[in-house]
Design a protein. Structure first.
Length: 240
């Protein structure tokens, strides 16, 4: 079975279109979107249109990201990132925010051998492999503490959220962060996704990086987006 896993699109139409073309060339049996679909400033409405099309044409399975949850919350004076959320609600068609905010936290494929979530299989906000406060990778014990409720059949767990590629083997369990389609943090602005292939207990993971028209995405952000200059800088540099 071949599974294409991508996530953290963050409203980047150009990066997503390039990833889509690369995935289609690999002919996967299943597609998985790890969430954070729309919270970004490189044509989020266009990114939503592509993701909606993929859902209809490719049967893409989706999980909920932390910024997807933000899009579903009512706006109040004290709402965090309110200006960005107001701008996004003005950009997106009716129903988009509610759709992403109500997605499940995790999905299982291949009879439960593969488990996918955004942060962890049980939280859109927690980091499975990355310790954000200490700016380091977690220890094996720390990782396993977040996976106590994983399915017994699980052999591979794939997440996003940290925008960092990483693979860890812990006993019989392979734990992977697939990287992000947009808003890179390692200095390389290319879009990322993961090709997972195998069955039962044996799986092969291939990290894939895709070039795209970064300048077009950055220029759109500068011209149209809330906080567009900051967005454009990260898209161009591959750093926060």
């Amino acid at each position: 079975m071949k599974i294409a896993v991508f996530g953290d699109v963050h409203g980047n139409r150009w990066a997503l279109e390039a990833v889509r073309q690369d995935i289609e060339a690999q002919g996967p049996d299943a597609w998985v979107n790890l969430g954070d679909q729309l919270f970004g400033g490189a044509d989020p409405a266009g990114a939503w249109a592509i993701q909606s099309e993929l859902r209809e044409q490719r049967g893409v399975l989706e999980v909920r990201g932390n910024t997807d949850e933000r899009l579903g919350q009512p706006l109040a004076e004290a709402t965090e990132k309110r200006a960005m959320l107001e701008w996004l609600h003005g950009q997106l068609p009716d129903g988009a925010a509610q759709h992403v905010s109500k997605l499940p936290l995790s999905i299982e494929l291949a009879g439960g051998a593969v488990v996918c979530g955004h942060g962890t299989p049980s939280s859109a906000w927690e980091y499975l492999l990355w310790n954000k406060k200490a700016e380091r990778w977690k220890t094996d014990d720390e990782v396993m503490d977040s996976l106590t409720d994983r399915p017994r059949a699980a052999r591979v767990v794939v997440v996003g959220h940290s925008h960092r590629e990483h693979l860890r083997q812990i006993g019989r369990l392979t734990v992977i962060n697939c990287g992000a389609v947009s808003r890179q943090k390692d200095g390389n602005p290319e879009a990322r996704w993961l090709l997972l292939e195998g069955e039962g207990d044996v799986w092969h993971a291939e990290f894939r990086r895709v070039d795209y028209d970064i300048e077009a995405a950055a220029a759109w952000a500068e011209a149209h987006a809330q906080g567009g200059k900051t967005e454009a800088q990260q898209l161009r540099s591959g750093r926060e």
